[in-house]
Design a protein around this ligand. Structure first.
Ligand code: ATP
Length: 354
């Protein structure tokens, strides 16, 4: 059985279409990240799955049960879904314990202490926090309490709408770990909406890239990073160098970075020899390796500690023209602005027919 199946969902607000036929399947017990730019319709999709909005057309099935579709709308409270927002939205006047138990029936709330302690433990919080109020907690602790509250009714599906975006970097990593662990322990199917590519790639079992109201690609994080269906998905899931090139029809591509091994994007191999777009990840580009392919002049170097971002002016090979590309090198790479260096590319690059 699948946890959530969204099929052909469309939605317009007034005359403005927002979802143009979204289809997405989330297997039971997995975390799917929905990644996309602001305004592409991510929250609208979550709200339709939750039951806060109705789709214009299309269907939503949760745990094998149709919850939205032609002639059928199950109200949110009967869908077995937990919802966690960016702010967590805890009730400020209630204690942590009362917040966590809020959504439960009265008879379950009466013997609530043990339940609260167990739920707080699930989200890696001390049981002693149960008597505090939200303002006495850090932002990350508040988000974990909000997750404990969402998990309390034991929902089969949990929807998370940018739940980490208001947290600073240190707190975010800890909170992400705790949330993913708690979701896995609960066996919940989760949809996580985010515009943070590192978060999507790092936390999810599968990443769904959303663009202009449709899902452009769904794949495992490693696959979508390595084999994006088109350059747009490629640049959304990671830093990318995009170059014009010419494919020889037999697995090699010529571009400003030299003659490189070409891997077809998931959309298919360019069958005929001819012009292509070439996608190279910055970490594939090496500098200063003796005997390397093309030559470049180092334009700038931005040191980041473990790595450095280096801008390279590539000499113009043949008719392809000069290019400036960005490489990601180890932080201790001995290059400085003005150096003339040989440049090599590690591994195959992805090509797209144009
Ligand atoms: N209730 C509404 N009425 C009218 N327009 C709406 C409504 N809800 C959303 N929209 C519009 O639909 C589009 C998609 O909004 P949505 O919140 O789903 O995007 P998003 O991808 O979640 O964006 P963000 O990452 O900024 O939250 C936006 O242009 C938004 O203005």
């Amino acid at each position: 059985m699948t946890g959530v199946v969204v099929d052909g969902v469309t939605k317009a607000f007034g005359a403005t279409p927002v979802l143009h036929g979204v289809s997405l399947t989330a297997p039971v017990g997995t975390l799917t990240a929905v990644l996309g730019r602001s305004g592409c319709g991510k929250t609208t999709l979550l709200r339709i799955v939750a039951g806060f909005d109705r789709p214009d057309t299309g269907t939503v099935v949760v745990q094998g049960r149709p919850v939205a579709g032609p002639g059928r709308v199950l109200p949110p409270e009967r869908r077995g879904i937990g919802y966690l927002t960016q702010e967590g939205s805890l009730f400020p006047h209630l204690t942590v314990a009362a917040n966590v138990l809020f959504g439960l029936p009265w008879r379950e709330r009466r013997r609530g202490d043990a339940r609260v302690a167990a739920l707080l433990e699930t989200v890696d919080l001390e049981p002693s926090l149960a008597r505090r109020h939200p303002h006495e907690l850090s932002g990350g602790q508040q988000q974990r309490v909000a997750l404990a509250r969402a998990l309390a009714p034991e929902p089969a599906v949990v929807l998370l709408d940018e739940p980490f975006s208001s947290l600073d970097a240190g707190l975010r990593a800890d909170t992400q770990r705790a949330v993913v662990k708690a979701l896995a322990a609960a066996g919940a199917t989760a949809l996580l909406v985010t515009h943070d590519r590192a978060e999507a790639l790092g936390l999810a079992d599968q990443v769904a890239v959303m663009r202009d109201g449709v899902i452009a690609q769904v794949d495992a994080p490693g696959t979508i990073y390595r084999d994006p269906v088109d350059p747009h998905v490629g640049t959304l899931v990671g830093d990318a160098v995009l170059l014009d090139g010419r494919h020889d029809g037999a697995g090699a591509v010529s571009c400003a970075l030299g003659v490189l091994a070409a891997r077809p994007g998931r959309a298919g191999i360019p069958v005929a020899a001819g012009p292509v777009r070439v996608l190279v990840r910055p970490e594939q580009i090496g500098v200063g390796t003796a005997g390397g392919g093309v030559r470049a002049r180092v334009r700038s170097r931005d040191f980041r500690g473990p790595d450095a971002t280096v801008e390279l002016d590539l000499e113009a090979p043949g008719a392809l023209g000069a290019e400036v590309v960005t490489a990601r090198l180890p932080g201790d790479a001995a290059v400085a602005p003005g150096d003339d260096v040989p440049v090599t590319v590690r591994g195959a690059v992805t090509v797209y027919a144009v």
